[in-house]
Design a protein around this ligand. Structure first.
Ligand SMILES: [Zn+2]
Length: 394
């Protein structure tokens, strides 16, 4: 049986009665001896915070709401974009342009009007994380970036709140339950964030739309198990999901005695996580300091007849989707071997999808002695929006 201070408190909390409509609604749960009336009342008493109303948060929130989790907190500050709809089931086409929390509220109330929603329309930061997370029994982490993931983890460890973790990339997903009394935390698994730019985001690398559905549903399952105190939770295990191979496997993760969060406990307060993730990895630091050129400025300079070599460092399949006229494709991993084909005596503008890989390329070109080199700010996405909308955005 899993233990955790917050979960112990949940077990001791008086459980509210269920009305007639609730008895009917949760009938299939009540048939399970492992849930029953008492379990369903415990679900109603539970308070769960979901960080991020995106790909993972969508299925998780829908299943927790439909399961009758009494109070669901949601943290998000994003606006619904049409590119979200391929996987973020809380939001619909008519919600494009609305705050995600607004469409999430509408959708979840329709799913189950008995659920109390607590909306936090803000970015989770070191300044507010302890206050927000402290109001809940545990967290379901649906964030899409390393800085917030470390922030959620450290806040959970400091507060003694379990952290139901999930992450996705392309066709691969992971899930685990961190920061319980007896299990490891996210830092035990990943002591350091990857160098900035090394691991592309989903906006950069793509993700199969159903994958967050798989992983977010696993997170919801673990959340319900934690509340009910049943089964074997994913504590000390990392579930690895590969959608292409249809493989689910789990690897053991042990608590690291030298972990500054849950091991030595030398981490006694939250830090600046943007900074933490930006400076780790040494040689990859300072990417935001590389010379940049705005898409419009680049277009003007090219139109005026200036000779600028335009290098596209994306992958061939991205090149197939769309490209900027006159560009040459040199995928980032081939840059080193192809560097002699780039003229040192003419200016070079490098672009990728959103500007991360191009910044890495510019840093390498500068190190190789190129002098007039820029990374195109915002990549082909901003080029499409600001210069040439016939270039497809993806
Ligand atoms: Zn740890």
């Amino acid at each position: 049986m899993i233990s955790g201070l917050a979960l112990d408190a949940l077990k001791l909390r008086p459980t509210p009665a269920l009305g007639r409509e609730e008895l009917l609604r949760y009938g299939r749960h009540l048939l399970l001896p492992e849930v029953g009336i008492e379990g369903q009342r415990r679900l109603k008493a539970a308070r769960v915070l979901i960080v991020g109303a995106g790909g993972l948060g969508s299925p998780a929130a829908l299943y927790l709401a439909s399961a009758g989790v009494g109070t669901i907190g949601l943290v998000d500050f994003d606006i619904v974009e049409v590119t979200n709809l391929q996987r973020q089931l809380l939001h619909g086409t008519r919600d494009v342009g609305r705050p995600k929390l607004d469409s999430a509220r509408d959708r979840l109330f329709d799913t189950n009007p008995n659920v109390k929603l607590e909306l936090h329309p803000t970015r989770l930061t070191s300044a507010n994380a302890l206050t927000i997370i402290g109001q809940y029994d545990f967290v379901l982490d649906g964030t899409d970036n390393f800085a917030t993931r470390y922030l959620v983890n450290d806040a959970c460890v400091l507060l003694g709140r379990p952290n139901v973790y999930g992450s996705i990339f392309r066709f691969d997903g992971q899930a685990s339950v961190f920061a319980t009394d007896d299990g490891p935390c996210y830092r035990c698994l990943y002591p350091e964030p990857p160098p900035p730019g090394l691991v592309p985001s989903c906006a950069e690398g793509g993700v199969l739309g159903v994958l967050p559905g798989l992983v977010g549903t696993v997170q919801a399952t673990e959340a319900i198990k934690l509340i009910l105190g049943i089964g074997t939770p994913l504590v000390g295990r990392l579930l690895l999901v590969n959608a292409l191979d249809a493989e689910f496997r789990s690897v053991n993760v042990r608590r690291d005695p030298t972990c500054p969060a849950c091991g030595t406990r030398e981490l006694t307060e939250l830090v600046d996580y943007e900074q933490f993730c930006a400076t780790i990895g040494g040689d990859a630091a300072g990417l935001d300091a590389v010379p940049q050129i705005e898409p419009r400025d680049l277009a003007i300079r090219r139109a005026s007849g200036e000779t600028i070599q335009l290098i596209d460092v994306r992958e061939p399949h991205e090149w197939e989707i769309s490209r900027i006229d006159g560009a040459r494709l040199i995928p980032l991993h081939r840059l080193e071997s192809a560097i002699t084909t780039i003229d040192r005596n003419a200016s070079v503008a490098v672009y990728c999808k959103v500007g991360t890989r191009s910044a890495l390329a510019v840093r390498d070109l500068l190190a190789a002695g190129y002098r007039q080199v820029w990374s195109v700010t915002g990549g082909i996405v901003r080029w499409s929006r600001e210069v040439d909308d016939t270039v497809a955005e993806y």
